[in-house]
Design a protein around this ligand. Structure first.
Ligand code: EPU
Length: 346
């Protein structure tokens, strides 16, 4: 077990916010977790699980023990006629994992290319992009319970995936016994990639790429390249401009609420959902309130995509939170819709 005191967290959060961990422990496997739970100085301390830091806003130094997940490994577990099962260590970089599957000749994750963060964080918020969510490719995961030290495996149903949601985002105290927030440290994730591979091209940006290219039957690698190009054009690279991807979830409203808004704002971007509700583009709502390019201190709204808040250099978590609240207030006042943040405020 590797232990560091007063560890800088700036390199470990994609917003690039300056903060420290009083104690940071690098977790390379289940044995490290067992060692923490057996250690008299650590076992009763509150703990904070850190993956790729791509979905957090740090508002100060972290007093809880930071368990930085660095479990590595990539292997094909099963390559059958109907599907391929691949297992990754939770500390693997998500995008590198996607690229590796394609290099091995397995398509299925290409729509999820270039999403920042680690493999272990992917099920926590059920990452999704361009018509695919992790739950569509998820097989199972192994985790360890930080309260009992017990190791366990969960399948997709047990993960209770929803839109940017899972059992790992719910805290047991709030939702009776349902919820593993802060309690389950994910060690390994397995995905199942169906055979034969089929392209998922329904998303409008991909349709445009398809039409522009003139390609009839694109390969998984071709779609991967398109997704990388689309994302690079509209989302800031966290290595250059600190950010946590979409800052708010796209809200859902009833058909009546949507009609009401359309009557006032006919251009609103909206998508009918299979359950009869309507999903609205939060980026459009924020943009319509005039937020693109605006700032609070060094925290700003990205010029090319209003759903992304950025660190213009030296932003504090407090500035990000103040900006996010101001956006929520103005969207609520104009549209009567409460935007829900995607990242966790620490
Ligand atoms: N729009 C605006 N102004 C803006 C931003 C968006 O008018 O400033 C409009 C766009 O023109 C478009 C619509 O809003 O008509 C939706 O925008 P976009 O296609 O960029 O997708 P999104 O809804 O903003 C979602 C996910 C992304 C994911 C993309 C592609 C959420 C919260 N975000 O973004 O996920 O990559 O779709 O599938 O669901 C993330 O979660 O971090 C993330 C980047």
């Amino acid at each position: 077990m590797i232990v560091e005191s007063n560890a800088a967290l700036q390199p470990y959060n994609t917003f690039g916010i300056v903060a420290k961990a009083r104690t940071l422990l690098r977790v390379r496997g289940a044995a490290d977790v067992h060692a923490v739970l057996a250690h008299p100085d650590y076992r009763d301390e509150p703990k904070f699980i850190l993956g790729g830091g791509s979905n957090i806003v740090l508002t100060g130094d972290v007093k809880a023990l930071v368990l930085k997940v660095e479990v590595t490994g990539r292997r094909v577990l099963e390559d059958g006629p109907r599907s391929t099962v691949i297992e990754f260590g939770a500390g693997e970089n998500w995008h590198d994992a996607v690229t590796w599957t394609l290099d091995q000749g397995f398509g299925g994750l290409e729509n999820l290319a270039l999403i920042p963060g680690t493999v272990g964080a992917a099920p926590v918020q059920n990452i999704g992009a361009y018509g695919i969510e992790l739950q569509d490719r998820f097989e199972s995961l192994d985790a360890v319970d930080l309260m009992t030290g017990r190791e366990f495996t969960l399948d997709a149903t047990q993960c209770a995936f929803g839109y940017r949601d899972s059992v790992f985002k719910h805290s047991p105290a709030r939702d009776s016994d349902f919820g593993l927030a802060g309690r389950a440290l994910i060690l390994r994730v397995r995905v199942r990639l169906p055979k034969p591979w089929k392209p998922v091209l329904g998303y409008v940006d991909l349709q445009r790429k398809l039409a522009e290219s003139g390609v009839q039957t694109p390969s998984a690698r071709q779609i991967y390249d398109w997704v990388c190009a689309i994302r690079s054009a509209k989302l800031p690279d966290p290595r250059v401009i600190g950010n946590a991807g979409s800052f708010f979830k796209n809200p859902t409203v009833t058909q009546e609420q949507c009609q009401d808004i359309i009557a006032r704002d006919p251009n609103i971007v909206h998508y009918p959902m299979p359950d009869g509700t309507v999903k609205l583009a939060a980026g459009w709502l924020i943009d319509a309130c005039g937020w693109k390019g605006k700032s609070v201190g060094q925290a700003g709204v990205y010029e090319k995509q209003a759903l992304v808040l950025v660190n213009r250099g030296g932003a504090t978590g407090g500035e990000v939170v103040t900006l996010a609240r101001a956006i929520q207030t103005s969207v609520y006042e104009r549209f009567g819709i409460r935007l829900e943040p995607e990242p966790v405020v620490v």
